[in-house]
Design a protein around this ligand. Sequence first.
Ligand code: XMP
Length: 317
Amino acid sequence: DWTPDIFIDSTVAELKATLGNDKVVLGLSGGVDSSVAAVLIDKAIGDRLTCIFVDNGLLRKNEFDEVLASYKDMGLNVIGVDAKEQFYSALKGLSDPEQKRKAIGRVFIEVFDQEAHKISDVKWLGQGTIYPDIIESVSVKGPSATIKSHHNVGGLPEKMKMKVVEPLKTLFKDEVRIVGKSLGIDDTILGRHPFPGPGLAIRILGDITAEKVSILQEVDHLFISGLKRVGEYDKVWQAGAILLPVKSVGVMGDERTYENVVSLRAVTSTDGMTADWAHLPYEFLADISSEIINKVKGVNRVVYDISSKPPATIEWE
Ligand code: XMP
């Protein structure tokens, strides 16, 4: 029978045998998979593992600082890299979803490569690849398959001539969470919703500016905090907000406004391959809509996405 502790013991033993005295570099994303992979490798080789956590300027509000702090608390040897400007400048003027993904993937590799080169003699690239990632990238031809490889630093191994070590590649997401729990990783990391590698860039339809990112971060923050407050966060697979390239008329006091529309999206799913829109309580939707419109400057209309996958996808781009 599979138990997390047996998995951990045998994986750590295997990692020790495979890695010996070699050094490993691993890109942390703040998500469950890369975090659990990092802790396993850290258990095997300690500070011969260097983790790199890149701020691409497309993360959730405060996420970079909070997550970096919790990685440090966990005792990981982690380097935080502020690369916001590099990402924004590469994204400037791009509105096609695939071009945005490509630009983000390219800059990520550049930044990661640069940091990794500062460590001498790294032989291995650690990755948090899980079993469904392998299945998906062979069976799905679509935007997310393409970027999944970016997200998991595709292209890096060849470029850096490194071998790849993927301790989670036989596990499903729920097993990764169980292993993480057994490793003592904090619930704020383990219970985290999936978040796409290109981050808010694929939730801002059209071109990306720092101002749009900041509007969306505020909206997303209110939505996610609201879900947590009313106990809905753990019931949904994933949730977030999308900034639409549409303005609409509204009225605020005696003034006519002409501002942005945001869509809220929350879905239930077991693996992300299919998903239903989450039937959030009307009362919650009503409250969160007025909270967002009242608090976030630049937004005067909130809509809720009631599309399921298929035929829609979870993300809008
Ligand atoms: P879709 O939109 O294809 O999303 O229904 C399925 C799951 O994949 C995530 N997703 C991505 N993850 N890079 C990622 O790392 C991407 O480009 C990407 N696109 C979608 C999405 O958030 C959902 O969990």
